[in-house]
Design a protein around this ligand. Structure first.
Ligand SMILES: C[S@@+](CC[C@H](N)C(=O)[O-])C[C@H]1O[C@@H](n2cnc3c(N)ncnc32)[C@H](O)[C@@H]1O
Length: 500
């Protein structure tokens, strides 16, 4: 209920041009910013169609709803993922459902379209260069890519093999391809909607942007390992980790938000994940030395961020410096905390933000404080790299990778061999001295409060050979290295002098 009340209020203000939609959503302090954003963005895109449906069915008269509230409810009922409320509104909408559906069908016939997305007026469509493929991650806990491809072919989809270039991801009609970077991803025509498809409902397909599959793909924990997902809900990356682990090992997932954890629980059940343990807990308060956490070897840290990489949120790209500073402070605290797990070997830090303050600056500041870890170059053929000098990291964007905006860094505990190599530069900025807006901003931020932007999920990569070479190694060798590292961790001296 609260979601629809807030969405209606914001939609009305945005349509009256009282303020930018993004500002209104952030100012609302709603608990699930991302969900609110998505609903208002979509309802606004379909606004004229919704108005026509509501007008022709005389819904306002029949239900006494106000127009903005009717719009968001009708959007979710007919075009979204179904009503997420109960009570009188749901009853009123369901009573009128067939009339509303008939009105929608009439508009589609009149406009000669079969896909709901084609009803969006050209002015509200995503810009051509931002029209992203519809990515689907095949859930390998339930099926294989081959079986999924065969199933789709039998349904009339046309498989074009494995993509080789970004242009191969420009798909039309029923054509689809396997992604060139992450093999369990299939890409479809941007407007393809799988929410009602059997493979989605049965948990064989996870609807996840390609960039958001990068963190688990890069971390690549082997089956049997002990993995921690620090800010896990609603859990798409957790389910990806479980798939890579083949449901073997321990996957500890933490999140502060009870509602999101409950959504996550449903998602994991549908995806057939069994190796996890959900914890409703502040990650910053998780004790790394506790017996149940001491064995953690892999951490995925995907903390709350500004969400500025999400294409839907980019219409208003003004940057609130205070907010970014506060987020960066929280992200840095999480990263520092994560690196304090005694047996940690590899960590992936990711955000769906395009701001350097939340990405390279955080990693850079953290590395200056944690000399036992180093950045590992990932996916060498991935086209967009972290801002200099952190080119080991990945960035993603609609124009260069045909995904939402994203950032991924892989940190690894140093080995003795690393210590012999000259440390690579990690400070972002033109000179060895502190660059403005980076480390100093983070120091300032350390005093401000943490903020939770509630980025949910929404929101790219080189050849498989390259990935395999850098992410997997023969297991015997891996075990040997692990044993060596464990032994060494007891006495390890910083490999390079810490600046703090
Ligand atoms: C970007 S979202 C995570 C998305 C998730 N990794 C996925 O792929 O579905 C950030 C999450 O961090 C959670 N969060 C924020 N502060 C936290 C904290 N101190 N400890 C644990 N979780 C936190 C939020 O509730 C939110 O669910």
């Amino acid at each position: 209920m609260a979601l629809y009340v807030k969405a209606a209020e914001i939609l009305e203000k945005a349509e009256n041009k009282q303020a930018a939609l993004k500002t209104l959503v952030y100012d609302s302090k709603f608990s699930n910013i991302k969900q609110l954003f998505a609903l208002v963005c979509e309802a606004q895109k379909f606004s004229s169609v919704l108005e026509e449906i509501i007008g022709s069915t005389r819904l306002l008269k029949l239900t006494k709803l106000r127009l903005p509230l009717a719009k968001v409810l009708v959007y979710d009922l007919l075009l979204g993922r179904g009503l997420k409320c109960g009570g009188t509104w749901k009853a009123a909408l369901l009573k009128n459902r067939s009339r509303l559906q008939a009105a929608l069908a009439r508009i589609k016939v009149r406009q000669g379209v079969s896909d709901n997305q084609d009803l969006i007026p050209a002015s509200a469509q995503q810009r051509g260069d931002q029209l992203l493929p519809r990515y689907v991650r095949v859930n390998t806990l339930k099926t294989s890519v081959e079986d999924a491809v065969d199933y789709l072919k039998r349904e009339g989809f046309m498989y074009q093999g494995r993509a080789r270039t970004l242009d191969d991801l420009k798909l039309k009609g029923k054509t689809f391809v396997q992604d060139m970077h992450i093999p369990e991803i299939l890409a479809f025509y941007p407007k393809k909607d799988f929410h009602d498809h059997f493979l989605y409902k049965a948990g064989h397909f996870i609807l996840q942007d390609k960039a958001s599959c990068l963190p688990a793909h890069v971390l690549d924990p082997p089956p049997g390992s002990v993995v921690l997902d620090a800010c896990a809900a609603p859990g798409n990356k957790t389910s990806h980790l479980a798939a890579l682990m083949k449901n073997k090992g321990r996957l500890l997932a933490f999140d502060l938000d009870a509602k999101r954890l409950s959504t996550m629980s449903t998602l994991l059940l549908r995806a057939g994940v069994t190796c996890h343990q959900l914890n409703h807990q502040d990650f910053l308060k998780v004790d790394p030395q506790a017996p149940e956490h001491r064995e953690v070897e892999y951490i995925l840290l995907d903390p709350s961020c500004s969400g500025s990489g999400m294409v839907c949120l980019r219409e208003d790209s003004d940057t609130d410096e205070a907010r970014l500073t506060s987020l960066a402070s929280f992200q840095l605290k999480c990263l520092n905390h994560a690196l304090s797990f005694p047996r940690l070997s590899r960590l992936v830090y990711s955000t769906c933000s395009v701001h350097r303050q939340e990405n390279e600056d955080v990693v850079s500041a953290c590395l200056q404080q944690n000399s036992l870890f180093r950045l590992v170059p990932v996916l060498p053929q991935w086209p967009e790299r972290g801002l200099q000098p952190l080119s080991q990291c990945l960035r993603a964007s609609p124009s260069s990778t045909r995904t939402h905006g994203f950032f991924v860094a892989l940190l690894q505990r140093r080995t003795e061999a690393d210590a012999e190599v000259t440390p690579e530069p990690t400070s972002v900025g033109a000179s060895p001295s502190e660059s403005p807006g980076t480390t100093s901003a983070l120091k300032r931020a350390a005093e401000s409060e943490c903020e939770d932007s509630e980025s949910e999920e929404a929101p790219e990569p080189e050849t498989q050979d390259a990935q395999t070479t850098q992410q997997t190694e023969p297991s015997a060798q891996k075990k040997k290295r692990k044993r060596k590292r464990r032994k060494k961790n007891k006495t390890l001296e910083p490999a390079c002098p810490s600046t703090h």
